[in-house]
Each structure stands twice: as structure tokens, then as C-alpha cells.
Design a protein around this ligand. Structure first.
Ligand code: SNW
Length: 283
């Protein structure tokens, strides 16, 4: 008797559980439910309402962590401003090794990669990019007064951050230099300061920053990288997100926000033309 009753109760629970599963399965397959999900999350963010950004903690003044551990810098402030314009104020930055940023965006671990990432055809095989927002130089930083031009690097130990355009450029143009690869700029500059490499090759503004921080480090060679302006990297095929970012980015350029951030973070650097409000462009 007792066993029978318990069996019946268990049976009733099992039936109820099956019914619930069926109802929820119907719900998720329902057209109106999925279209409202698309409306709530038009940019296909990992978590609706939040943009998760892979970045770099030691590429000051582009992207860096400040004394409070908060992400700051030109690229960070520009991206947050652009995100605000598309209706997202919750932007979470996470520091990665440079070489991990694009794969992590492609894998869907992050919604965007922001770290002065130059737009190239090769990188476009992995991710999509917003329009460009910054173009400048690749710079050799050194305390060796014998390094003044590209040829002087022959036989020298030159640091590069893995996966950067600097690594690619050095491989192609400095065949007689001994390349030493680092995961990030801090480790490269530490090696430079301790004398285990002769020079470190990085972005111009970051080189300028380390030059200010460490007496004796000079910007010895500047190589134009205007054909690879920095862009925001996003997952391939997320066109709604890319188009919204582009529209907001151009608004930030047109209303002078871009110029204000440029002057704040890159004081004394020549003012480029192409990202200024159209009324201020000279050519
Ligand atoms: O190609 C340049 C661009 O013209 C501008 O000067 C900003 O930096 C670049 O995008 C190159 N940046 C490197 C790269 O994309 C290194 C980025 C980094 O160290 N965070 O590989």
C-alpha cells in the first residue's frame, strides 16, 4: 500500500517535470520571444546591456590601468564615449596579452578588442573592425646612442610585443636584428632597463610615455603606420554592432569629442586632419 502511494506521488512529479520542460521548450522556440530577444540585444552582446572589452593594461596613453586599477587612456575613453552613444554605459575592460586579444574576440569571450589595434587585411581574417580612429608611428625606444636609423639595428637585440605590427615590421625589415618577443610592453621595457635587450619597438605614444618615465630612454626611430589606423575589433559578421559603432564614432569626431580626447591624452603631438570635425579639416 505504502509503496504504491509513493510511486504515484513520484509519477505525478515526473509528469509535472515533463510538462514544465515542454512548456519552456515551446517558449524558447517561439517566434515572438526570439524577436523580442533580438530587440533587447540588437548588437548580440554576450550579456545584454554590457560590453565586455579585451584590452591591454600597459599601453599608456592608449589603454592602461591607473593607480586604482581602473582602465583609462585615449582608446578607453573614446570607446566608452562611443558605447554611451549606442546606449551602453556598462563597459567592462579586461587586460590581456596583446596576442590573446583578437582570438578572444573571435571566440566570443569578449564583445570587442580595444588597444590601438591597427586594421590590416591579415587581422580581418580573424575579426571585423570599426572604421579607423587613430594613425601614427611605430617607434624604436632605446638608450643606445648608436641606434639612430633602421640599419643601426643590425646585430642588436630588439624587443617586440608578440602579435604586434612591430613584430611583423621587424621580421620583414630588420633581418639582421635579433628579435626578442615579450607578452606585453612592461616586460619589454624592464628587459631594456636591465640591459638584456638593446631597444624595444612599440607604438609612438607609448614609447613617449616610457621615455618620460625612465630617464635615458629615447625615441630613436619613428616608422609611419598610417596605412594601418587603429580600429575597434569585434566578432566577424556582427554588422549591427559594427554599423552602430561606426555611426557613433563619426558623431564623436564631428562634434569635437575625438579632438578633445586627442589633446588630453597626446598633448604636443601633431594634430591629424582626418578625424577632426569636417569644418576644421584643411584638406
Ligand atoms: O598602426 C598603428 C596606428 O597607426 C596607430 O599609431 C596606433 O597604433 C597602431 O595601430 C599599431 N599598434 C600596434 C598593433 O596594432 C601595437 C598595439 C599595442 O601594442 N597595443 O599591433
Amino acid at each position: 500500500m505504502k509503496i504504491n502511494r509513493r510511486t504515484r506521488v513520484i509519477g505525478a512529479f515526473a509528469a509535472l517535470a515533463t510538462a514544465l520542460v515542454t512548456v519552456s521548450a515551446c517558449g524558447s522556440g517561439d517566434d515572438s520571444a526570439s524577436s523580442s530577444a533580438a530587440k533587447d540585444n540588437p548588437y548580440h552582446l554576450i550579456e545584454p546591456g554590457t560590453i565586455r572589452v579585451a584590452s591591454m593594461g600597459d599601453a599608456k596613453p592608449y589603454t592602461f590601468t591607473d593607480a586604482n586599477g581602473e582602465f583609462s587612456g585615449f582608446d578607453v575613453e573614446l570607446f566608452k564615449n562611443v558605447a554611451h552613444r549606442i546606449g551602453v554605459d556598462d563597459v567592462v575592460f579586461t587586460g590581456q596579452d596583446f596576442s590573446a586579444i583578437l582570438p578572444a574576440v573571435a571566440n566570443g569571450q569578449f564583445d570587442a578588442g580595444v588597444a590601438a589595434i591597427g586594421i590590416t587585411d591579415e587581422r580581418k581574417q580573424t575579426v571585423d573592425f570599426s572604421d579607423g580612429y587613430l594613425a601614427g608611428y611605430l617607434t624604436v625606444l632605446t638608450s643606445d646612442s648608436g641606434i639612430k636609423k633602421e640599419d643601426d639595428l643590425a646585430g642588436k637585440r630588439l624587443g617586440v610585443v608578440q602579435g604586434t605590427l612591430q613584430e611583423k615590421y621587424a621580421t620583414e625589415h630588420f633581418p639582421d636584428a635579433q628579435l626578442v618577443r615579450f607578452p606585453d610592453n612592461n616586460s619589454g621595457v624592464s628587459a631594456l632597463n636591465s640591459g638584456s635587450i638593446d631597444a624595444h619597438f612599440l607604438d609612438y605614444e607609448a614609447a613617449k610615455q616610457y621615455g618620460k618615465q625612465f630617464d635615458g630612454l629615447k625615441l630613436a626611430i619613428n616608422i609611419p603606420s598610417f596605412d594601418a589606423p587603429a580600429g575597434f575589433a569585434i566578432k566577424k559578421g556582427n554588422d549591427a554592432f559594427r554599423e552602430a559603432l561606426n555611426k557613433a564614432l563619426h558623431e564623436a569626431m564631428e562634434d569635437g569629442t575625438w579632438k578633445e580626447l586627442y589633446q588630453k591624452w597626446f598633448p604636443g603631438s601633431p594634430m591629424p586632419d582626418q578625424y577632426l570635425p569636417s569644418a576644421e579639416q584643411t584638406n
